[in-house]
Design a protein around this ligand. Structure first.
Ligand SMILES: Cc1cc2nc3c(=O)[nH]c(=O)nc-3n(C[C@H](O)[C@H](O)[C@H](O)COP(=O)(O)O)c2cc1C
Length: 276
């Protein structure tokens, strides 16, 4: 059990910004582990235990799944050459090369389409945007269960949205069938203790939690506070200090800031995933 009033909440919200009221005296270890999450981008070359994949998969498959359709798959990539090619496709991200395991999380409508064909049963509902959303939601829930489990094992992870920069090339590299799409990747490895990752602060709960009805009252003040908290974090990490609001606006500036993902609709259509 961990004292919730101290380190974990302060790290998550920044010094002085941790919500003070309404916390239990002690925190369940699972919740403490969730609050300790940080993305890890530096790994030791050491191999992973054999039970990593089966344990992680059991946790991932234990996530809730829309209508029990289980419309997702994962491709586990260990081959160094394939990780190298995927790292280039993902915007030349070095951690895709250096992590011993790369997982590609797939929204998989191929399986249900094949079932329909086998049973000679039309599955035209798979031609609607709802089906794409369903696969994307299910795979995200499964992947997060996997992340929680891998972190509980002491492993480090980082999601890789960069594989959506070139969806068709990633699909070809992974041999994906039509009606499937790699939504994001996940690097997995032992964190390099020489390059420790820090817990990154999040917005104050007042900005994110609405009671009964959505309210933007207090948003501006919360964002001001968070800009200060995130710049203090950047300072502590020796990073360039940029207010979070500016970073966020710049990331969403326009198609030029999207690393090719502005053509995602066309890519999804090409891969047989409905967008309408
Ligand atoms: C769907 C998704 C895609 C992401 N893609 C990348 C990526 O391509 N490269 C990367 O280094 N980090 C990526 N991240 C990690 C985020 O940058 C990170 O979660 C965020 O900055 C918060 O930091 P934290 O995870 O350490 O708390 C991604 C995270 C998510 C959820």
């Amino acid at each position: 059990m961990t004292d919730p009033s101290s380190t974990l909440l302060r790290a998550r919200y920044g010094v002085g910004d941790a919500p003070k009221a309404g916390w239990p005296a002690t925190l369940d270890p699972l919740i403490a582990s969730l609050l300790s999450h940080r993305s890890v981008r530096s790994y030791l070359p050491d191999p992973l235990p054999e039970w990593t994949l089966p344990t992680m998969m059991a946790a991932a498959q234990s996530a809730a799944t829309s209508s029990n359709l289980q419309s997702w798959s994962v491709v586990a990539v260990e081959d160094a050459g394939r990780r190298q090619r995927l790292s280039v496709l993902a915007g030349d991200q070095a951690h895709v090369r250096t992590a011993p395991l790369f997982l590609a999380w797939i929204a998989d409508l191929a399986r249900v389409s094949a079932i329909g064909a086998e049973l000679d049963q039309p599955t035209t509902a798979t031609a609607y945007l709802e089906a794409t959303l369903l696969g994307v939601i299910d795979v995200a829930l499964a992947a997060q269960n996997a992340v929680v489990t891998l972190e509980a094992m002491g492993l480090g992870t980082v999601y890789i949205g960069g594989i959506r920069n070139h969806p068709e090339e990633v699909a070809a590299e992974l041999g994906l069938p039509p009606h499937s799409f790699a939504v994001f990747g996940l690097c997995v490895g032992w964190p390099d203790p020489a390059q420790p990752a820090a817990v990154k602060p999040r917005l104050p709960q007042t900005a994110v939690l609405h009671r009964e009805r959505y309210s933007a009252a207090g948003q501006a003040e919360a964002l001001d506070r968070f800009d200060a908290v995130s710049m203090a974090f950047q300072r502590s990490q020796g990073m360039r200090q940029v207010p979070w609001t500016r970073q966020t606006a710049a990331r969403l500036k326009g198609p030029e800031a999207m690393s090719g993902r502005d053509r995602l609709r066309a890519a999804l259509e090409a891969l047989g995933l409905p967008t309408t």
